[in-house]
Write a protein that binds this ligand. Structure first.
Ligand code: MLC
Ligand code: AMP
Length: 491
């Protein structure tokens, strides 16, 4: 399934990293060397889980494809996570080797020692002895990406080579990816938006990816003004950041950058709801009509507005090629007419295989072969509109899916906190912001800055509360359960 990347376009530039350009031929050489090194004489890694802690870089791409080519399962780690978060990813999936860059290796080496996992530095991974690589069926497991949800600990979503090929194929077709495309990649590479929609589609199409380890709005705008890119894919928060930046610039400078955006062939928003105001402002500023689409780690992308056709603000469009969608009412009845809301359920080759080591969660996620997303939508004139989620414990902040339960679990260990409830509250930049309501232990005090500092080595920074209220008691119903909807109004 993992075909060589260089067959049709060896001389084209695949990756740009700083001043360096890597052609498809160069990349293929490095992947071959990496895969041979990982195999170290064996013929197939037989789904060995190999994690990597690498920022967006050619090294990352080489590690990902090297693991795939050698028959392993790739487990990309969040470079900004805490040690306890890495520990969960590594131990729950039985990772045996971690590949890291020089800079990142120090932060994970003690953990690898403790878990008896071998830590290898990427530059030491390759081998000059070219191995022959295993033939991989579409059913073979390829990747585990962690997703937060309605359980305290993130779940490992397993996709096969067939799933990944289908996720890429539907987007290459729907958005008409072409080898002339050039796209910046600033999204995190431990989630499907960055891994599949940007990186993998570009490489499948023979396009060029500009890798950047961090979002830098000013630098990106300079590139855009020089017509460096044909495509842009981002979460709504990033469009808000672009809008704020452009609005603050002198008119002429802003005009040049906006013209650059106008010259692109496509700007896409996804991973969280794009507010109609952001859609409208982007169009006013740049002339670009944002294409909004809907997806999920477990299913890749499922719904999308049309590349050639109407793109409706506040809507996520129609099913992508090869993806079947049904809306299902709470009663279990399939919605048969427009205007009736129901849970989005998906059937497609793009849908994941299983949650790693969690057959109960896997079984619970499917009904008669349909994957139940937990997202509620309604259809009008054939366009799907996302109305919300069935669980209040899932928060979408800047495109990251966060579990209120995971954050509550961590905060409960704080010495001043007796009770805690976490909710997402509406926020212009982040979509939803993490907000914590706490009841303190007798005599204790707590400030937001103190809480943030305490969270530093326990939670990734984007999970830490942005708002804090101290209450005498949490609002609870007759069963003693915290009434979270009423808590939102407290903020
Ligand atoms: C950063 N911060 C966040 C945050 N990102 N806070 C809440 N939510 C977030 N998402 C905080 C940091 O903790 C820090 O806080 C401050 O903002 C500045 O940090 P930064 O790292 O400099 O921020 P920035 O680089 O601007 O990052 C913002 C961002 C990033 C939007 C680029 O969040 C991001 O890459 N989001 C995309 C996530 C994504 O790819 N999701 C797709 C999942 S897959 P402090 O207090 O220290 O100042 C999926 C399926 C699908 O959803 O459909 O695609
Ligand atoms: P993740 O589990 O991180 O892949 O996040 C997937 C979730 O993001 C979906 O279940 C939706 O709740 C949300 N999502 C993705 N795209 C959109 C969108 N365009 N509009 C609203 N929500 C979205």
């Amino acid at each position: 399934m993992q075909k060589p990347l260089n067959q049709a376009f060896p001389d084209r530039v695949a990756l740009v990293e700083g001043e360096a350009n890597l052609t498809y031929e160069d990349l293929e050489q490095r992947i071959g060397s990496m895969a041979s090194g990982l195999l170290a004489g064996s013929s197939d890694l037989q789904e060995e889980r190999i994690a990597f802690l690498l920022p967006a870089s050619a090294d990352y791409v080489v590690a990902l494809h090297g693991v795939w080519r050698a028959g392993g399962i790739a487990v990309p780690l969040n470079v900004a996570a805490t040690e306890s978060e890495w520990e969960h990813c590594l131990s729950s999936t039985g990772v045996t080797r971690v590949i890291a860059a020089d800079e990142e290796s120090a932060s994970i080496s003690a953990l690898c020692d403790r878990l008896a996992i071998s830590l290898i530095i990427i530059r030491d991974c390759g081998s000059d002895h070219r191995a022959s690589f295993p033939a991989l069926s579409p059913q073979r497991r390829a990747m585990i990406v962690f997703t937060s949800g309605t359980t305290s600990k993130p779940k490992g979503v397993v996709t096969t080579h067939g799933n990944i090929a289908a996720q890429i194929a539907t987007l290459v077709e729907a958005w008409e990816w072409q080898r002339e495309d050039v796209i910046p990649l600033f999204l995190p590479l431990h989630h499907v938006h960055g891994i599949i929609n940007v990186l993998s589609c570009a490489l499948r199409a023979g396009a060029t990816v500009h890798l950047m380890p961090k979002l830098d709005i000013k630098w990106l705008c300079e590139q855009v003004a020089n017509d460096a890119y044909s495509l842009l894919m981002a979460v709504p928060t990033i469009y808000v950041k672009f809008i704020d930046y452009l609005r603050d610039l002198p008119t002429e400078e802003s005009r040049l950058i906006c013209e650059g955006f106008a010259n692109m062939r496509l700007n896409i928003s996804g991973s969280a709801a794009c507010p109609v105001e952001v859609f409208d402002e982007w169009q006013q500023l740049t002339g670009q009509v944002l294409l909004e689409r809907y997806g999920m780690t477990e299913i890749g992308m499922a719904l999308s507005n049309l590349y050639r056709g109407e793109r409706r603000a506040g809507h996520v469009g129609q099913p992508l090629p090869g993806v079947q969608i049904q809306l299902v009412e709470e009663s279990g009845a399939v919605v048969s007419r427009e205007g009736v809301p129901g849970e989005i359920q998906v059937k497609s080759d793009t849908v994941f295989l299983e949650y790693w080591g969690n057959p109960d969660a896997t079984t619970a996620a499917f009904v008669e072969g349909w994957f139940c997303t937990g997202d509620i939508a309604v259809v009008k004139d054939g366009f799907h509109r996302i109305m919300g989620r069935s669980s209040i414990d899932i928060i979408k902040s800047g495109g990251y899916k966060l579990s209120a339960l995971e954050i509550e679990d961590k905060l409960l260990a704080h010495p001043a906190i007796a009770e805690v409830a976490v909710v997402g509250v509406a926020d212009r930049t982040w979509g939803e912001a993490v907000a914590a309501a706490v009841v303190l232990k007798a005599g204790a005090t707590l400030s937001l800055s103190g809480l943030k500092a305490w969270c530093e080595d326990k939670l990734s920074a984007y999970k830490t509360p942005k708002k804090l209220v101290v209450l005498e008691a949490l609002p609870r119903n007759a069963m003693g359960k915290v009434v979270k909807p009423s808590l939102k109004s407290v903020f």
